[in-house]
Every structure is written in C-alpha cells, then in structure tokens.
Unconditional design. Structure first.
Lengths: 301, 301
C-alpha cells in the first residue's frame, strides 16, 4: 500500500502549500482522494499514470478539497483518455462539474460517472474482487465524508516445502488456497493447516478530513492499519475548533488511540503555524506512532 | 504601464506551464485578465497586492482561462477582503461561481459583482476618470472577447519656466491644463500653447486571446501601443487553426502589422513546441517589434 500526499494544507493554494489531495495505491488500484486546486500539477510530479486513476473520492464541497477536479477532468480529455472515471462525492458535485463542461461546450470522450452521496450513515460505495470502500460520515460545517479503504482477505498461502513433503499434487493447490483439506498422491487426506500459511494481513486506510473531534467514527475505523486524521490546529487553538469544526493534533491522536490503529498520519495544517514538528510532538503525547504529511511525500505500508 | 504574465500556456496546467492569466497595471489601476487554474499562486509570486485588484476580465469559458477564478474569489474571502470586486465575463460565469459558493455555504464578505457579456459588438464596459475598457469580440469556438485598455488623454503639462516668465498666477494653472488661454498679472492674454506642453501620450493595451486570424479587429485596435495576440501554433501547423480556431505567430504578426501597433507580444503557446524562439522568428518576418511572454515575466511600457 502506497500513499502519496499531493497536498496537505488547509485553505488557499500557495507556493509550497497545496490543498488536500492524496493518491492511494492499494492492491493494484489507484484511488485519488480529494482534489484541491492544482492537484493535477502535483499528480504529474508524482509520476502516477493518469489512466490508472478510475475512481476519485471527494470528501466535501469546500474549495480546498475539490477546486482542482474540473481541471483534472478537462486535462484527462485533452490527453485523449478513454478509461471510465467515477467521481464519488456529496450531492451537488455533478451539477458543479457539468455546468462548467457545458459552458465550455466540451465533449468528454470517456465515460464519466458520478455517485452522489447524502447519507449520514456509513455506506459501502465501491467493491471489486480485491478492495472495498466505505464512507465515514464526519462532523464538519457542511456535509462531509471520510473514506475507509480495505483490502479483502487474500487466499491462504501454500507452504511449498511442506506441500511437496506431503506429496500433494499441484492440481490441489487452488483448493488449498481456499482453506480445504486435500488428498495426497496416496489418497491420504492432508489437513490444510499442515501445508498452508495464514493469508497476508489485509491492508486498510482510513481518510478522515475535515472533521471536528468525533469519537463516533472510532467503532468504524477500529484496528485500521493507517489513519489519516486532519489536525488543522494545535491544542493552544482548541477554541477555534468549535467554530470552524476542525480538530487539533491532540484530538486526532485521541481518535487514533481509541481506535487502536497502527499508524496515525496528520495533515490539513492551518497556515498559522511555522513549525510542523509541534503537531507531531503534541500527538505523540497521546499516540506514539504518528507521522506527518508533506506535499509530495510518499508512504509505504 | 506594467504587464505581468502569470501564465502564458495553452490548455492544461503543468509545472512550468501555467495557463493564461495576466495583470495589467495602468494609470494606477490593477486589472486581472483571465484567471487559469493556480493563477493565485502566481499572483502571490508577482507581489501584486490582492486588494488592489478590483476588476477581473475573463475572455471566455474554456477552463485554461478561468478555472482559477473560484479559488481566487475564495482566497480573497479567507484573507478578509472588504474591497468590492467586479467580474466581467461571458454570460454563464455568474452561475458557475455562485453554484460553487452555494455548495460550500460560504458567505462572501465583500461586494462581488458580475457583468455578463453576450454582445458580438465592441462595448465600453468600464470607465473611470483615467481609464476605459472595451470588449474586442473575437472569433473562437465559443463566445470570446478580448479587451482593450486605454488611458484617457491627460491634461496639458505646464511649462513652469515659460509660465513664470509670462507672469501667470498659479490660480490659472488648472485652466492652462485644460487648454485655455489665460491673462497674466498685467491682464495680457497669454496663448496656451506658449506656456504648456502636449499631454503625455495615453497608454493602451489590447489583449486578444483566444481567436482565429480575424482581421475585423484591426480597426478597433489601430495604433494601440501594445498588442497581446495569441499564437497557439507555428505556421507549419496552420491547418490546425481552422479546427481549433486559434492563430499562428505569423497571423498574429499580420494583425499587428495591419493595425500598426507599436509592440506585439505573443503567447498561449501549444505544448507541442520546445523552442519558443521559433515563434518570435516567424512573427518577426512580418512584424519586427515582437516580444515573447514567459510565466512570471514583467514588461514595462
């Protein structure tokens, strides 16, 4: 699983401060999460092949999370894209994109779908044979979802040495992967556990931005491998969280701690802070395994 | 008169290739012309004070000329702007901006006006005591205007030495500036021409992008001081101009030559060309005083 941070800053686009956008590569899928202004510039830099992005997930309709979407859709067209693209986002996003495509009299030559969301309950919105995606309803000034990306459990892994030793024919390997006991060359039933290993642990990533401190999400993201949780402010500005409906680094860490995640990643930093390390320090007082986003940074998990 | 090129490239935003946006400073006014994606990044770099921009002129509703507008309007709000802002652009631009402001439930705390254009004839759309702005209807795939910025003729300039010599009281200087003859201390009528100089030559700038070769504009931009004319292609790709409704460097130069402008500036380069100098060379075969835009470049006239 690879996470590329295209932008990790709150509010307006500046040199060296791109608004929220991330690329998640999981099980061979490439998902774009949020798409702040100029995300396409950062995307080119990240060397992600544009045609591999088939799904875009938009959390909410504040500009710093989606103003780059129309530009990206248009660029895909200019580059001759043929691959289908599906946009998941709050109700209203389709009209916003279509009014702009209409005004330009642009014909989009690839299938462009919208899945508009308005439920305040978690919903499974995407599923294929390897991965599924659920919404994580958040608490912000406007309707806003985080997204939970989960690999499905893979097959059991064959312990080749043990399987040879037990004289099992390769024709039975698929059955073994599915967990069945199988006969060996001499007709003796071999217990699956003797010749296979546990499946690889499924990867999972929860993206939670923007939101007030909202413990209700803990149950849904319990034991997730990697949690990105916004930390717009430090605790010294906690009083701003109520009005703006954002979180502090400490609050993000408390969510990580309660959900017993493996790794916490912070981001969506307000422009008022010069020293990014203060976010890490504050979070680590509550949750040790805390990492910081930076524009362009890549994480492997 | 100062012209700052925020972006000068056709089509999609890339590192080192910003789409069209320019800042024109004339007679103390600061006008923004077109606003491609990420124009606000470039605007910060240019050191233009945001609050000095009170008018934005959008040529047409292709994304590379206005996708940065909503981000700029939002950033002005975040920065606590109070100064009025007026957007001039094709009919439809208001709905595009308002649907996005509505979706974000954002309250814009400064007066935001729209002047929507749909005439195919030149119109005077802005005038104050020093400057006026007219549309230049262009010929593109969708409705598109260039803009002509003109200083009004200033007052006659008093030749202080001559005025003293002629013994004219300072109380008459305003009359002199307006071109009147005035009496001196002894009641003798002094001819205006004896004690004043011609006004400074009014500055003027014509912005013409995007357009097919369109000689109809020549009459309106005749003798303009500086002409920016798009040159998306070189003459070797002239066959693309008909379908895309763009111009070559040669065609831009022919317009400059016919209109007898002082200076031609080229831009809106297609991404297919590596060597920018080829544009200058091609144009200079027709019109000698040709300059090239670059992102971030500033011209003084």
């Amino acid at each position: 699983m690879k996470l590329t941070i295209l932008g990790c800053h709150a509010a307006s686009l500046r040199w060296g401060a791109f608004p929220t956008s991330q690329v998640l590569e999981i099980s061979g899928r490439v998902f774009l999460i949020d798409c702040g202004e100029a995300a396409q510039m950062q995307l080119r830099r990240s060397k992600v092949k544009f045609s591999r992005i088939k799904q875009i997930f938009i959390s909410h309709l504040h500009g710093d999370h989606y103003y780059g979407l129309i530009g990206l859709i248009s660029t895909f067209q200019l580059l001759g894209r043929e691959t289908e693209l599906t946009i998941y986002g709050p109700r209203g996003i389709k009209d916003i994109i279509l009014i702009q495509l209409d005004a330009s009299e642009s014909y989009i030559g690839y299938p462009l779908n919208f899945v508009e969301l308005d439920s305040d309950k978690p919903q499974k919105i995407y599923e294929d044979e390897k991965v599924m995606v659920e919404t994580i309803p958040l608490k912000h000034r406007i309707y806003c979802n985080g997204y939970l990306f989960q690999e499905k459990p893979g097959p059991r892994r064959i312990n080749i040495d043990k399987a040879k030793e037990a004289e099992i024919d390769v024709a039975y390997f698929n059955k073994l992967k599915k967990g069945s006991d199988v006969p060996n060359k001499h007709g003796k039933i071999i217990s699956n556990e003797e010749v296979t290993l546990e499946p690889h642990l499924p990867k999972s990533y929860a993206f939670c931005s923007d939101t007030q401190y909202y413990p209700k999400i803990v149950e849904q993201i319990k034991n997730v491998q990697v949690l990105y949780h916004e930390s717009t402010f430090l605790n010294s500005h906690q009083y701003l969280c109520e009005r703006t409906m954002h979180s502090t680094a400490k609050e993000a860490a408390e969510i990580a701690q309660s959900a017993q995640v493996q790794t916490l990643i912070l981001g969506h930093y307000s422009g008022r802070y010069k020293n990014r390390e203060d976010f890490r320090k504050e979070a680590q007082e509550v949750f040790q395994n805390t990492l910081l986003t930076e524009d362009g940074k890549q994480f492997q998990f």
